[in-house]
Design a protein around this ligand. Structure first.
Ligand SMILES: [Zn+2]
Ligand SMILES: [Zn+2]
Length: 747
């Protein structure tokens, strides 16, 4: 902190006045673990949670009032006076401020930053927010609109088609929903109005059709009843249901229950790309309910609007990614964390929180149930569910009648004949799929053309000069790219080391597999889905549409494909190159690989099409593949848990990582060594390891190292971290950036 504030005297006030004046304690977005006291003449305890403008150093900053006090440890003469309080929106709920306090304490992150970063950016600015008060209205499709000839709309006018489709599905559309489809939607709707296709109606007179709910099977009913019977109190429910077992239907039923009570539901999903699909399901089931989405891809004003609707209790369903866990919800009745095992619930910089874990704290704080849904729960959650801390609910059969789990087979590629990395059994299966007009998916978790560019004569490989990583070959763009820092360079014409021109892409990425398949199946319609191909705005949506409408025969893709999307016509999944993760040094690699493969395998065989999964591997006898063949999560979980218990890994211990990065590795290591010395011998029950370079030792030009501490007791670890963290902040640091990562996921 280089600009710590000096509390200068407020000359205009006499000492006597000052003593009578209330003091507000303010959270500001500054990287120091303290709040700041100011005088505020008319502040009362009702102003807790109100935004306030205060002088800070030479600047004016906006913060949030956390406390209102009669006295301050700062001498009154040195206190500055707050500039103004914003009463433009209702104060933040006290429970939300408590949630921020919890995060600040647990993750050892400055409270001011936690509070301010939980707000939409517009509310962090120094300007008051002026709300436009428009009476709530929506657009309703008229009979003319329902029967209008859509062929008059050019095919390229996607927004027009999309809006009209939404209107025809739901009967109505709200202006903010329309704007979520496209910023140009208001213009299009105006045009529809002029044509008499839609009319403006008050929001509560909707005549939208709602979709009826399917009958629950016995397992679903049991799970629903269990949660519904305890709907008004805190419990962590682990809803462990195989892919296609109908978890979403249980969510919908529970939300229905909460809507009847006028309460709000928070639904967290790991990826932004999953929100449109779930949003669609929710909207068609609850057409008259206000649902808002909160994720980082919204514009500032969209996010603010949704946030305010949540804060006023108007939005009854809030669907979002991890940041939505901080949405203000005065009538919160339930939290759902779907795909709870997913790594993206953990933020990897700044406040390194886990939205799943924060959800559990929040649910406990507000005494409401939290549901963790997954086909392959994290071992932590599974362990807690088997030892009774969480309550387990199992869905072991598919909800759609007749649908059966896909048959999983391993192809031993040590003996099977392979052509360009594709085994004969897989090629035959792909041919059969084409012949029967069914979709197939080839999965490999590596984008680009090839992971390595190799010189055949001297074994040189292209490496990133900023990271400990190889550059990935992107052949079509004639580029080498680093997937860690984004560095790009031109494809060299010869080996930079020995000058030989025989440099070749080695190994397989999605682009290469796509090219191989195109060569082998010239008549097949092949679609590649990875972060490169979905980068364009709406790219992913368009691709999904093509898949649903059967304009694709073979999909090639990375884990983007694996998550949550239903492909009703998919009958075959081929898995390439999954062996590497079997022998990773990361103790979570096997758990993640299994979750990923179960997800991918789950794409095959929905509805009436039986599915088949072919895994190309050199290790067909590995326990992980055994469990995959039997769809037996529990067996693998038991194996992995006993390994973790022996090795002393989570969930049997609690961990924290002190991370350091610096231009020189020695600086990072020296810092960590000093920090370890500070821990000293007074570390009852806490183990401190030696500093080591990170797995990715160099990233974006900085050397990275870390120091692991762990304990069998979360409480002991937290006590230790609190005092240790304070002492670390006193260390002289030169060119070292450090942070504490509690419950780290990456090493
Ligand atoms: Zn060479
Ligand atoms: Zn790089």
């Amino acid at each position: 902190m280089d600009n710590a504030p000096e509390h200068h005297s407020a000359n205009s006030l006499s000492q006597k006045d000052l003593f009578k004046m209330p003091i507000i304690r303010v959270a500001l977005d500054v990287p120091v673990a303290t709040l700041f006291d100011y005088l505020a003449s008319d502040a009362t305890t009702h102003d807790i949670g109100v935004r306030v403008q205060v002088p800070f150093g030479r600047k004016i900053m906006t913060g949030v009032i956390m406390e209102v006090l009669d006295s301050s440890p700062v001498t009154p003469g040195k206190l500055k006076t707050a500039a103004s309080l914003f009463h433009d929106i209702p104060p933040l709920p006290l429970t939300l401020l408590d949630l921020c306090r919890f995060c600040s304490n647990y993750y050892h992150h400055p409270l001011g930053e936690v509070v301010m970063n939980s707000l939409p950016s517009r509310l962090r600015s120094n300007k008051p927010f002026i709300q436009k008060s428009t009476p709530p209205f929506q657009f309703r499709l008229t009979d003319a609109g329902r029967h209008a000839d859509t062929t008059s709309i050019p095919v390229r006018s996607i927004i027009q088609h999309r809006l009209l489709n939404r209107l025809r599905e739901n009967g109505v559309i709200k202006p903010d929903e329309a704007r979520q489809i496209s910023p140009s939607a208001p213009k299009v709707l105006q045009k529809f109005r002029e044509m008499g296709w839609i009319e403006e109606v008050p929001i509560h007179s909707s005549s939208a059709k709602s979709v009826s709910s399917p009958v629950l099977n016995t397992e679903q009913q049991t799970a629903f009843d269990a949660i519904a019977n305890d709907i008004r109190k805190f419990n962590v429910w682990l809803l462990h249901g195989i892919t296609g077992s109908g978890k979403t239907e249980i969510y919908l039923r529970l939300i229905t229950l909460l809507l009847l009570q006028g309460r709000q539901t928070l639904v967290l999903v790991p990826e932004i790309s999953l929100t449109p699909q779930l949003e669609q399901i929710f909207r068609s089931r609850f057409p008259t309910t206000l649902l808002v989405c909160l994720h980082s891809r919204l514009s500032d004003s969209e996010r603010l609007k949704g946030w305010l609707q949540a804060q006023k209790g108007e939005a009854k369903i809030v669907l979002g990614t991890r940041l939505a866990v901080f949405a203000p919800l005065p009538k919160l009745g339930m939290i759902i964390v779907d795909e709870e095992q997913d790594g993206s619930f953990k933020q990897q910089d700044g406040l390194r929180y886990s939205a799943r874990d924060v959800s559990i704290f929040r649910a406990k704080q507000e005494n409401v149930p939290v549901i963790l849904g997954s086909a392959t729960p994290s071992l932590e959650s599974y362990y807690h569910a088997t030892n009774g801390r969480y309550r387990m609910l199992r869905l072991s059969s598919r909800a759609v009648k007749k649908a059966v789990l896909p048959a999983v087979h391993c192809i031993d590629i040590r003996s099977a004949k392979c052509i360009d990395g594709l085994s004969q059994p897989l090629i035959t299966a792909l041919e059969n799929g084409l012949a029967q007009d069914q979709q197939s998916l080839v999965f490999l978790n590596r984008r680009g053309y090839a992971p390595v560019l190799l010189c055949k004569s001297c074994s040189w490989t292209a490496k990133c000069h900023r990271c400990t990583s190889r550059l990935v070959v992107h052949l079509r763009e004639k580029q080498l790219r680093c997937h860690h820092c984004g560095h790009q360079e031109r494809f060299p014409s010869s080996c930079p080391d020995c000058g030989d021109q025989d440099i070749v892409p080695f190994g397989q990425g999605t682009q290469r597999v796509e090219a191989l398949l195109a060569e082998r199946f010239p008549n097949a319609r092949i679609l590649r889905i990875d972060r490169d191909s979905t980068r364009l705005k709406d790219g992913w949506e368009k691709m999904l549409k093509d898949i649903y409408e059967r304009r694709v025969d073979i999909l090639v893709g990375t884990q983007i494909l694996a998550k949550g999307h239903d492909f009703p016509n998919l009958s075959l999944v081929g898995i390439l190159n999954s062996d590497a993760a079997l022998f990773s040094t990361d103790f979570r690699a096997a758990e993640r690989l299994f979750a990923q493969l179960m997800q991918v395998a789950g794409r095959a065989g929905r509805a009436d099409i039986p599915g088949e999964v072919l895994v190309q591997t050199e290790f067909p006898d590995h326990p992980l593949y055994h469990a995959l063949r039997r769809h037996d999560y529990a067996a693998l979980a038991q194996t992995l848990l006993s390994e973790r218990k022996m090795a002393g890994f989570p969930p049997f211990v609690y961990q924290a990582l002190l991370r350091a990065e610096a231009p020189q590795i020695s600086a990072a290591m020296n810092f960590l060594t000093s920090a370890a010395e500070l821990a000293g011998s007074t570390t009852g029950g806490v183990e401190i390891f030696d500093p080591v370079p990170a797995q990715m030792a160099r990233l974006k030009g900085l050397e990275r190292a870390h120091l692991l501490v762990q304990s069998g007791s979360r409480k002991k670890l937290q006590e230790f971290l609190t005092s240790w963290h304070t002492r670390i902040t006193t260390l002289p640091i030169r060119k070292v950036r450090w942070s504490l990562d509690v419950d780290p996921q990456e090493f």
